[in-house]
Design a protein around this ligand. Structure first.
Ligand SMILES: CC(C)(COP(=O)(O)OP(=O)(O)OC[C@H]1O[C@@H](n2cnc3c(N)ncnc32)[C@H](O)[C@@H]1OP(=O)(O)O)[C@@H](O)C(=O)NCCC(=O)NCCSC(=O)C[C@H](O)C(=O)O
Ligand SMILES: [Mg+2]
Length: 278
């Protein structure tokens, strides 16, 4: 069954109330954050809270630790914490393959944040290097990307489209999941759903979220709908019937169906089963 990563919830490592809620929330995975969500004067104290939170969450759901960047004074000890916890380590602002391999040699699995302009240009080798460290999600960081590009993404994110597509291409080519960036406007459910649908249409498998209210809507977007499941079943049945008759092409509702369509349909059914089992 595929691993569900429809929603990955960021929780600041120094927010005890939010961390206490995490096991009950229906996010598929959690990133305990030591980076942007934690103020500089709380970074060191936040490590203890992060350790506790990861240890509590690990038996319940997938959990990763976001460390401070390699150019900060906190990075080495954050990375040591990641190593001792044995969870994927989310590395901010990855620019090169070496950024990934250097940290991977210390912590094991690295989930690169795809949010630096240079990192987007190097997306394919970065994704390949990350995949060599384990089961990897490429985490899109649209805030940092927009900052670096000097642009303000509108609801359509047209000015980020090339970068988002490049990340999806790299992820698909290397077997890494691609998880979309956050929607800052966390009370805007309609906007969130539209953005999540656009990410899914590009080939992302989930979206990072920052608030509990965002989890349900995003989980729904990244789960196959009843219509999609029914269509997938019909495609698999049509292809099975064709193959029993020695044909490798079938027709369904006036459309051609080949093995690759049946393969895609089986993926939809497997995802639906995973959602039902969650
Ligand atoms: C955005 C927030 C600061 C809003 O917080 P708040 O005003 O407290 O929200 P609410 O009062 O509506 O909260 C209701 C209850 O939900 C809990 N809560 C809130 N957020 C979370 C959470 N993330 N996980 C778990 N629980 C959460 C509150 O504690 C309330 O519960 P209770 O106290 O019992 O009533 C806040 O949501 C927040 O801090 N979110 C996370 C922010 C974060 O992690 N930012 C960094 C990651 S995003 C990023 O860096 C993007 C990337 O790098 C890029 O470049 O794009
Ligand atoms: Mg960022």
């Amino acid at each position: 069954m595929p691993k569900l990563r429809r929603t990955i919830l960021y929780i600041p490592a120094d927010n005890a109330r939010a961390l206490a809620k995490a096991t009950e929330l229906p996010a598929d995975a959690v990133i305990v954050d030591l980076e942007d969500a934690v103020a500089p004067d709380r970074k060191v104290a936040a490590r203890d809270a992060a350790r506790q939170a990861v240890e509590t969450l690990k038996p319940v759901k997938e959990v990763a630790l976001r460390v401070n960047g390699a150019d900060t004074p906190w990075h080495a000890e954050d990375a040591a914490l990641g190593t001792s916890l044995g969870v994927p380590v989310v590395l901010p602002k990855v620019k090169t393959v070496e950024d990934v391999t250097r940290l991977g040699a210390v912590v094991g699995t690295v989930w690169p944040m795809m949010e630096a302009a240079e990192g987007i240009w190097n997306a394919l080798p970065i994704a390949r290097a990350a995949k060599a460290t384990g089961d990897v999600a490429l985490i899109v960081g649209t805030n940092d990307l927009a900052l670096e590009l000097g642009c303000e993404p509108g609801p359509e994110r047209a000015n980020l489209a090339f970068a988002l597509q490049a990340i999806v291409l790299a992820g698909r080519a290397t077997g890494c999941d691609v998880i979309d960036g956050v929607m800052n406007d966390f009370r805007n459910e309609a906007g969130l759903v539209a953005e999540a649908r656009a990410g899914r249409a590009l080939g992302m498998v989930g979206k990072t979220v920052i608030h509990p209210a965002q989890i349900g809507p995003v989980n729904s977007v990244f789960a196959p709908s009843a219509e999609e499941v029914a269509k997938a079943r019909a495609i698999v049945e049509a292809m099975d019937a064709a193959e029993r008759e020695g044909r490798s092409v079938a027709t369904l509702d006036g459309r051609m169906v080949e093995r690759l369509h049946a393969e895609a349909a089986r993926r939809v059914l497997a995802l639906a089963d995973a959602v039902d089992a969650s």
